[in-house]
Ligand binder design. Sequence first.
Ligand code: FES
Ligand SMILES: [Fe+2]
Length: 396
Amino acid sequence: MPARLSDSFIESLSSSAVDLAEAVTLPPACYTSRDFYEFEKEALYYAEWLCAGRESWIPERGDYFTTRIIGEPIIVARNQAGEIKAMSAVCQHRAMLVAEGSGNARGFLCPYHHWSYSLDGALVGAPAMNKTCDFDRKANGLPAFAVEVWNGFVFINFDKHAAPLAPRLAKVAEAIAGYDLASAEGPRPEPAAKLPWNWKVMFENNNDGYHASRLHQGPLHDFVPSGRAEFPPSEPEDAGFLRFNGTLHPDASFNATQRAVLPVFPGLTDADRSRMTFANVPPSLSLVMMSDMVIYLILRPDGPESHELETGFLFAPGAMRAPNFDNLLDMNIAASGKIIAQDMHVDALVQEGLRSRFAPRGRYSWQEGAQGQFNKWLVHRYRAAHQRLGAQDGIA
Ligand code: FES
Ligand SMILES: [Fe+2]
């Protein structure tokens, strides 16, 4: 049962969703409390579009992969008609998971009692159920989720009736059109890292222009100074928002040369090439975009103070076949790794700080505009869910 939070707690969130110059950070409990996490599942995860992976992970009919978001086991499969389908992996007999990992299959056979499901999730076989009264195979398929592919990313929605995603991402799509991410190529990411901090700590860290010139001070980052942070306006109803950070020279990239070493995405404008672009589709996808490489983060919470993070890379079509690609990529990965290590150290200690009785509702610098947009996005949905849950409980 979802935890309904008190009216006064929800009201207290409002001071985070005002203009940045007036705003304070969210209450620390939003990052630490089990009740808040349960509420947030209803407010965000069972309502919003969630990135599950890339379409290119399942190119052939019968290809599938599994994932978990908020502890929900999910299968994403390409059916025999070539369409992408998403469904619960929970067997509708006695809840065993019908698939693990990834692969290619004609369907899913539950190992426990051998109920079998098609790639669409329909129950196609259930042995020895002939004496069971009123057993309706059609009513026992795997619960189906909505699917939408955006820029090559597969999004799912637990709410089958959710409004489509793309129309609410128009501004983000326009800003990143030059990357043509649907055509971008990259390997499947390494297995997810399990990180012991709230997913919002991660999301905020990735969108924090303020810390760039401080925490990351030095030759691996100084060409992206905090003073050049820009925050294009967004509305709380939008499904995503952007952050730009101007660079001191074109085609800047994270490696010791400070410049792109891999082939540049061919459709980029001069404006694209003079900045880093951060494109966000909360709560699950964050993109870090340079001229020669896009890093994507898929965030999958599994508790109030932990989440799994998949980190993937995308490159211009054909770039991976460029001579010496692996060695050049190693240069980017070495530099990014040092920067990420600085971030992770901070993230772990922020989570510890948030548990403290003395944790603040702090004030913001103008260079934290993305935090303000994120707060507006969140609080809009928290308020709506609070009302929704109240109405379900018969609370006026
Ligand atoms: S739990 Fe899947 S067949 Fe029994
Ligand atoms: Fe950072």
